[in-house]
Design a protein around this ligand. Structure first.
Ligand SMILES: [Zn+2]
Length: 879
């Protein structure tokens, strides 16, 4: 990062103290590689030996030498370079160091400024984990074992396949060829230029790419087939293992819709001739936005009759995310990993907006509220970090892929800013940002400049408060009534923390809106000063200071206003109710609100049928029930929690009516499932009856109902029932089913059976392409049997984490403490984790441990507060 003093001259109005940075310039971009030599074009030929896990490569790079130099420094990892020629002449010295992932070439003589050519051949490695160039073995639909090769480079693994300038500002063009078995399909960023069959092998040459960063280069080869369509001039294909390509039909229809929408929104038509989406079986667990050739784990791209509604929703939203990256990330790339949010927050926000636009009945922003709450939870800890975070060198870049802050908080902050600026002006700003930086890089400042210009306001001043500092405000609202019943509200703010006080006295300009009563359009107001006063309707009207739950802040109302809202609760707009539930529960956890107030709001839901509001309540009641385990208050709380949900279950019944929306179907299933897991007798009996019907005739339960019935049966299972569930797992027809059955099995409560379930999760009953599921099964099992789960995880950590070579340190540091907080003394857990993560992840570990210790402390406090509340109800002392 370039010192802040320089920026003060360039953008004097940008008031962000912590992270002011300049507009993008190649020379100003951070990084380890010298900027005096810049690659222009790569010509790479690869001949993999899949059985031997090696690759033979030849590479020629056109270089622009900007100032005379006698050395070249670039990235490499696990390669041995041979026959290294500079402008056709052998070089005297080549030193490759895997530890720092660099190769230094000493030139025969000083190279003058201008174009030069570096050529070499090399021997490299094919990985067996999903990074660099890797192989993945898998079971084909016909049961035979097969293998494919593919690539996954972000953030810094292009260098595992070919020596290169592996930093995002070093954009270049690429011509790639690969030689593989002749029966295989080959897919790259660009269309095929030429295929030459030579006996049993085929060499495929792809056309030259536009200028792009190394981390977006892609190659996949294997026994694949495709289905295709087109939008405008762009060819669209979905690729899958041969025989499964028709399962890509939904994804193809989605891609057509999304591409047309994005061409319009970004004001810059997709610039490549084609866009492939490749469903690779297993190993690789996510999706990656390689330009023109997006790779997906097949479970998040293909839809089969075994898929649930949630599977379909995930396919749509993940496609919308990866396709948004074709602009935010690929066409315009962050200059350095500090600004990863320009890729990830934007793709997440754009995907949610697109999903909501095209599936209004999914109420997608309400679904996303759960993600926002996850982010707000993480961001309410002292150890949280800003959306823009400093990355010293690219080996630290993986730290930046924090799902809660870089993805979810960034998404929510962008939504709030869009509402503040107005959607049209916000879009105009993004259009001019795309146009100005196409085929190049950008910094956050470039984005702010574009938004300021498009909106005619200093958006940057508000926005930087949210991206450059950690945390978010608690807005404290105190209402006053005048003699004629008109209300005004005084607003103050402080950083919301679950524990402790803000050491830094943070301050935000908060783009708020005020809804008094049932007003359809809330009044915007920017909270900038302390003790700012706003008019807020009449005193007897409900008041929402975060209408539709759009703001990334919390609100603490005075008692009287909260009581007015509680009385009006059933008639509030859904988003306002969701915001109240979210905030009141967070305030309870922070020790700023009595649990009574939250539980009274939950009870005020009655039989309202909003899915997200109930998810929030189920999660909170579930947390309290978990804290109550092993205490004398458990039975009473369990009965109370069931009494809150039972009226909703009674209204909904087990069987849907025709044409119910996805949220309503989801609500029914989540309420029934939770009651069953809490042991509600009638529900458990009905689940068992339906389970017997399913055993006799599997078609009697649709995939979504299987999730419910199998989970309830598993939670309450005895040994014979467990055997039946295990039998279903063995008969799974595909990975989608296997995944569903295994997740259900891990709910089992009985410790002897839980050990058997963990043994299955670690066995080779899970085929190689489903490796990644093991970690999720560990998370599931931890809920019912933490100590057993910890022992299984500890003893098999290498196997469980194998599918996550890149995210392993992040998951160990942040997720494991959150899931295993009550499994093992936390000092022991911390010591165990500390030696398994690299030193640069220390702050991530401290975040994870802070979350775990918080839960442990809250267990006693919240359980006894809930006990006291229930006792006060019994004795009639409640309000
Ligand atoms: Zn992404």
């Amino acid at each position: 990062m370039v010192p802040a003093s320089i920026y003060a001259l360039i953008i004097p109005f940008l008031a962000a103290p912590a992270f002011a940075e300049a507009p993008f310039s190649f020379d100003g971009a951070p990084g380890r590689l010298p900027k005096d030599v810049v690659p222009q074009d790569y010509d790479i030929a690869l001949v993999p030996d899949i059985a031997a896990h090696t690759v033979r490569g030849t590479e020629a790079i056109t270089l622009n030498v900007r100032s005379a130099t006698s050395t070249l420094t670039f990235n490499s990892l696990n390669q041995r370079l041979e026959h290294v020629l500079f402008d056709g002449r052998p070089v005297p010295k080549v030193e490759s160091d895997n530890k720092v992932q660099l190769t230094k070439v000493t030139l025969p003589k000083l190279a003058a400024p201008g174009l030069h050519r570096l050529a070499f051949s090399y021997n490299g490695k094919i990985e067996s984990q999903p990074f660099g160039l890797y192989t993945q073995s898998f079971k084909r639909p016909d049961g035979a074992t097969d293998v494919l090769v593919s690539t996954k480079f972000e953030a810094t693994d292009a260098r595992r396949m070919f020596p290169c300038w592996d930093e995002p500002a070093f954009r270049a063009t690429f011509r790639v060829s690969i030689t593989v078995p002749a029966a295989w399909a080959t897919i790259g960023n660009m269309p095929i230029a030429k295929r030459t069959v030579n006996g049993a092998l085929v060499t495929t040459h792809f056309k030259r790419t536009p200028k792009m960063p190394t981390y977006l280069v892609e190659l996949t080869a294997g026994n694949f087939a495709e289905i295709s369509a087109s939008v405008d001039k762009t060819g669209l294909s979905i690729w899958a293992v041969r025989g499964q390509e028709q399962d890509g039909a939904t994804a193809l229809a989605n891609a057509r819709q999304i591409l047309a929408d994005y061409n319009d929104y970004f004001g810059y038509p997709f610039p490549l001739p084609k866009l492939d989406s490749i469903a690779t079986p297993g190993g690789f667990t996510g999706a990656m936005e390689n330009w023109g050739a997006i790779t997906y784990n097949d479970q998040i791209l293909l839809i089969t009759p075994s898929s649930t509604i949630r599977n379909r929703q995930n396919v749509y939203s993940v496609q919308a995310h990866e396709m948004a990256h074709q602009w935010n990330g690929d066409l315009v790339t962050m200059g350095w990993w500090d600004d990863l949010w320009l890729n990830e927050s934007f793709a997440s926000w754009r995907a949610a907006k697109e999903t909501d636009l095209r599936h209004p009945d999914w109420l997608w922003w309400e679904v996303e509220d759960a993600r926002k709450e996850g982010a707000m939870d993480a961001d309410a800890r002292q150890a949280s970090h800003a959306i823009q975070q400093h990355v010293t060198n690219e080996l630290e870049a993986r730290r930046a892929f924090d799902p809660q802050i870089t993805y979810a908080k960034g998404e929510a902050v962008l939504r709030m800013l869009e509402a503040y600026v107005g959607p049209d002006k916000f879009r105009d700003g993004i259009r001019s940002y795309m146009k100005a930086h196409a085929f190049s890089n950008a910094t956050t400042t470039d984005l702010w400049l574009a938004l300021d210009a498009a909106s005619g306001r200093a958006v940057s001043e508000v926005a930087a408060d949210w991206t450059a500092q950690a945390g978010y405000p608690l807005v404290i609202a105190t209402a006053k009534c005048d003699a004629s019943g008109n209300r005004s509200v005084t607003l103050a703010q402080k950083r919301f923390l679950l524990e402790g006080e803000d050491p830094g006295h943070s301050h935000w300009r908060v783009p708020m809106r005020v809804r008094a009563g049932m007003a359809a359009v809330p009044e915007p107001t920017l909270l900038a000063e302390d003790d700012q006063r706003v008019a807020a309707g009449r005193c007897d009207q409900a008041l929402s200071l975060n209408p539709d739950a759009i703001g990334f802040y919390r609100v603490a109302y005075d008692d009287k206003t909260l009581e007015t809202d509680r009385l009006a609760f059933p008639s509030l707009p859904s988003g306002d109710r969701i915001a109240l539930l979210d905030d009141q529960w967070a305030l309870v956890q922070a020790g700023r609100q009595k649990i009574d107030r939250y539980l009274e709001l939950a009870a005020a839901m009655g039989t309202d049928l909003n899915d997200r509001a109930w998810s929030q309540i189920i999660e909170a009641l579930g947390r309290i029930e978990n804290y109550e385990r092993g205490t004398s208050g458990h039975n009473a709380f369990n009965a109370y929690a069931r009494s809150i949900l039972k009226p909703v279950a009674a209204v909904l019944g087990w069987d849907p009516h025709p044409n119910e929306t996805a949220p309503l179907l989801h609500l029914r299933r989540q309420v029934i499932r939770q009651l069953g897991e809490w042991g509600e007798t009638d529900i458990v009996a009905e689940a068992r009856r339906r389970f017997d019907g399913y055993l006799a005739n599997p078609a009697s339960l649709d995939p979504d109902d299987q999730v419910v019935v199998l989970s309830i049966v598993a939670t309450n299972a005895d040994q014979p029932m467990f055997e039946k569930l295990h039998g279903i797992i063995r008969s799974a027809h595909n990975e989608t089913e296997l995944d569903r059955y295994l997740h259900a099995l891990m709910r089992v409560r009985d410790p002897i059976l839980a050990q058997q379930a963990l043994d299955i999760a670690l066995s080779n009953e899970i085929p190689p392409q489903a490796d990644g599921i093991r970690l999720q099964l560990i998370y599931d099992a931890a809920e019912q049997n933490p100590a057993l789960t910890w022992a299984a995880f500890r003893d098999h950590v290498e196997q469980v984490m194998a599918a996550y070579p890149q995210y392993r340190p992040l998951y160990l540091a942040q997720n494991i403490p959150e899931y295993l907080w009550n499994a093992v003394p936390l000092d022991d857990l911390e010591a165990w984790l500390k030696v398994r993560i690299p030193p640069e992840m220390a702050s991530n570990l401290s975040r994870g441990m802070q979350a775990a210790r918080f839960k442990l402390r809250k267990k006693t406090e919240i359980a006894s507060a809930a006990d006291a509340y229930l006792a006060s109800r019994t004795h009639g002392t409640s309000r």
